[in-house]
Ligand binder design. Sequence first.
Ligand code: ATP
Ligand code: MG
Length: 571
Amino acid sequence: MSAENRVISQVFEGLNEEQQRAVVTTEGPLLVVAGPGTGKTLTIVRRLAYLVGRGVPPERILAVTFTNRAAREMRERTDTLLGSRGGKVFIGTFHLLGLRIIMESLQRGFSVIDRERQTDILKGLTGGAKKADLMAERISRIKGFIEEIDEETRDVFEAYENTLRNDHLYDFDDLIRVPLAAMEDGTDAESFKRTFSYIMVDEYQDINLAQYRLLRCLVSDEGNICAVGDPDQAIYAFRGADVGNFLNFEKDFPGGLKVTLRQNYRSSKVILGASSDLIGHNTRRMDKELEAVGSKGARITVISAPDEKAEAEAIVREIEARVGGTSHYGLLTGAPGMDFADCPGGFRDFAVIYRTNAQAKALEEVLHRSGIPFQVVGGKGAAGIRMIADHVRRHIEEGQDAADVLGAAECLCGEPSISEDDRASLYQIISAYRSLPPHEALTGVMNELSLLSSGDSFDPRAEALTLMTLHTAKGLEFKVVFIAGVEDGLVPFTLGRGETDMEEERRLLYVGMTRARDDLILTCARNRSLYGRISQSRPSPFLDEISERFVEKRVVRDRVKSPKQRQMKLF
Ligand code: ATP
Ligand code: MG
């Protein structure tokens, strides 16, 4: 069998009829609308391989996703199907796409600054860390066409832009805005349109206006664009994502085909049923039938605990029960136990998901004592990438030769502290720039490192439990999922500024619930200490929207107070 035929036969392996239709419909606009776990991302990867298998030059294919992690996964799956031929397909986030367009067509010799450096600059202009944070958010919204500039912001905005210009810096929003301006002003518009013949976008429901406009500039006259998504999983309205773009696809790209995928291959019938109950309460939606291919599965468990520490302990106990044994923690708390050092692994099958990063602390403390290995996505994530970025930056500042710095960076990738996942990304970046003169290559590598260190990366191969927010869980799946803090105030989140969009909050919980394959456990605390305050809390009103037949409720009783504590209460 020729290499081409082998690729084509692998492309269709296991796909259902509708998925196959989406794969072979390569010409003209194609919209794939489907619920979670129906194989949308899988279909994109297969479609991409199909195009290459049919002889489309890989460099003419663009696949955009929303997170570094999703891009990496797509890259790995593509490489498995295509080997080295897949290397030239552009797979990446919108930011990476913008960066590459700028470097290849518009300008070289600039640096990308991450949010941390952005707020450092703004601290100098606003006079305080808190103000700088707020201003960074506002500037991002202005640059993303979500907000108009107002008088209050204008001076700082202009001073900030001057600083960036003088120091040849771009922030993340510029990576979309700058190429967009170049394309929309028309001079080189035609050449940009010819860059990619086939475009695919995953998670299309979360595209914002700037990204959407960039995409429209890139779609060739043949209109070969494939958008894949689920309006029920739109969770970025607060960042200006507009489900309207999704709903308007057929109008914006006329003459296309719409494919609906109905079979959910991820979750048990119970998990899918409970999730569908929940999302059915949204009024603004396109109803989609979904059928779970898998087995019925166990009921989802709702656990009420007295406080966030007891909630975390309950989660540890549930994990222990599932990996067969208990930890040091179990020993300490008097439960029968086994040391996790002897555990055959399997922690990567578990995720604990929460609404805000502030919830992570209590979970981390208890997990730390339990001995269960875990990784936190976001926050302190991407430490390895940061380490390399800092190292490279220091050498550049010391004026070392660019070729030497690149060589040193490559050596650093071999350090044991760098996760396998980060290492793969780093090698990929370095090799992408290998053909350029060392100085330019170094700038490119540095800029891409800035994008990667923004913190959505985690190592899917690590034998560790994953902790992350509902937002970062998008697109992922785990055998066992815990959602912590399913309480009124957190889910829906009403503690922030501004009005709560109940439908978006419901979609967010829906995204969380549909990450689970076999087991879903929702936990809540009756008292929670958060942002330095202790308050009583009630279970999330969304729980009432899930049919009782899918749920098993458990209550962890209040702690029995020690005689000393009881005595203290008398005074
Ligand atoms: P989400 O909306 O959460 O992003 P998705 O629609 O992108 O989900 P995938 O992540 O592509 O779904 O697939 C979900 C799971 O179903 C994966 O484990 C995938 O391998 C599996 N899957 C998809 N299609 C099939 C199929 N035809 N046969 C067997 N398994 C499949
Ligand atoms: Mg997906």
